[in-house]
Design a protein around this ligand. Structure first.
Ligand SMILES: Cc1cc2nc3c(=O)[nH]c(=O)nc-3n(C[C@H](O)[C@H](O)[C@H](O)COP(=O)(O)O)c2cc1C
Length: 167
């Protein structure tokens, strides 16, 4: 009986102080800007997956406090997520208790940004993870296309989205 009560108490405490982290792939810096804005406002850490070697990936989750929520962000590259992202997830094997929230940047080509987020969603759900349905996508400049993005408004929108999810 005592054990049961303690378990309930612990889970309630956890909900009120959710531990969150950001993981992102950003080849040209746009998704990094969005990640940094969220990290700064929510006072959480953001990790660039592209800079990680295999050693960093294996055991990655064990080195953090128990993570409840992981924001995963990527630019859209030929309709897909950054390949590093899938490699990271395969190597690091996040605990099944981690929930994911997805965000990304794109230039608006066809439906590619949405496809990219759906792609990562399907992968994670297929692996048995919970993925929060509410996603965030904004433009990110490529050469002279969408050159003013991500704008301050984009960053504000990203922060508001992340706050809602982490609250
Ligand atoms: C190699 C490459 C492929 C891209 N493919 C697409 C695409 O299929 N659809 C799209 O909307 N944008 C595409 N873009 C634009 C990027 O998704 C966009 O600029 C994004 O903000 C880049 O994110 P990053 O700066 O974090 O790398 C591509 C950019 C690059 C460099």
């Amino acid at each position: 009986m005592k054990t049961e009560l303690k378990t309930i108490k612990n889970s309630r405490e956890k909900q009120s102080s959710m531990t969150s982290v950001i993981l992102y792939v950003s080849k040209t810096g746009n998704t990094e800007k969005v990640s940094n804005a969220i990290a700064k406002d929510l006072k959480i850490d953001a990790y660039s997956i592209s800079n990680m070697n295999s050693q960093d990936m294996v055991g990655f989750w064990e080195k953090l406090d128990d993570v409840d929520l992981a924001f995963i962000g990527s630019g859209t590259y030929a309709f897909k997520i950054g390949t590093d992202l899938k490699h990271f997830l395969e190597q690091s094997k996040p605990p099944k208790s981690v929930k994911f929230a997805l965000f990304g940047t794109w230039i608006g080509r066809s439906n590619s940004g949405h496809n990219m987020l759906e792609n990562i969603n399907e992968y994670l759900v297929g692996q048995g993870y919970e993925v929060i349905p509410d996603r965030f996508l904004c433009y990110g400049k490529m050469a002279i296309v969408k050159r003013s993005h991500p704008s301050q408004e984009d960053l504000n929108n990203a922060v508001n989205w992340a706050k809602k999810i982490a609250s």
